[in-house]
Design a protein around this ligand. Sequence first.
Ligand code: NAD
Length: 356
Amino acid sequence: MDAFEYRPNPANIIFGSGSISKTGDQLKRHGLSKPLILSTPEQTGQAEALRKILEGKVEVVGIFSEATMHTPLHVTEKALKYCEEKSPDCLISIGGGSTIGLGKAMSVRNGLFHIVIPTTYAGSEVTPVVGETVDGKKTTRSDPKILPSLVIYDLDLTMTLPVGLSVTSGINAIAHAAEALYAQKGDPITNLFAQEGTRALARALPELVKDKSSVSARRDAQYGAWLCGTCLGSVGMSLHHKLCHTLGGTFNLPHSETHTIVLPHALAYNAPKVPEAMKMLADALPESNGDPIQGLNTLLAKTNAPRSLKAFGMKEEDIDKAADIAVSNAYWNPRSVERDLIREVIRRAWAGEDAR
Ligand code: NAD
């Protein structure tokens, strides 16, 4: 075995149906009694339900429900002001990556203990990373202080996640695992997480399309999301994540849908340079016949996943702009990032062609 370094992130993870009811006891265990709850406007109902669960145990000092995709700084500043007025002793983010992003942006500035109750499969809850947007430009930073301290996974809260978003969010999670398998500083433990997480999601997503209320599929999907998110939090990502960051930030394309559409194309580009990683990924994807791109194409077809960026409003003339930006910042990738070849990767994703 090659030398490696493994740095597990020290968050406390609680998993299981109904586990949101443990939040009060967890707060007490950590000596906390005055939480501020964060959510998106669409998830105010779940935030209110949490307030009810905590009644009589701790004092919820307020609910800030204006979390927005891509963590705009002006929303963070408004939330920080509200936070100062309410003087909580901790933050609870209940929601997906957008709400968690707000909680991270706040806690890294005011030092408050951050608890996350995730409701999608994006994985942000287990990463020390936050992307923030100022004047339409999204920049990402990483700091161990950004990592939430406690994560409570309750599959009951994912029951309302629409099927389409469940699928794209789940493929977003598989993207973390896939790139972890060929990460520059990868390690065998992260590889185990990546394969197990991919297997769980590949099992769950087609099942969810058939029955969105399947408890076993929701459990598998959330378990897979945690494992894949942990990969994202442990090792560096490359071409696929950089492309999605560029496309999402520059053309305001939706996060999980963009990941879903780009993934097979980005992997097909890197595949010739990373045969070992591709074999591990193929082993985790059913019906791949040893070819992970085929396995992914099959999974996307079975789950009626979106396939073209064009359908989300990206214009043909933006392909060149995206290719220029994608090669403008140097980053590590297993295969050198060549502008004309990357343009073709983006064009295929734009047109909705099968990856090759
Ligand atoms: P999201 O949080 O934006 O949620 C999408 C929509 O679905 C929102 O309206 C939300 O309120 C709603 N929703 C979420 N869970 C629901 C549920 N269970 N039932 C009903 N509605 C629900 O989506 P996301 O894909 O989780 O997050 C995307 C954001 O997270 C992006 O800004 C992305 O950059 C960021 N992200 C960051 C990291 C990281 O490590 N920093 C990782 C992944 C994603």
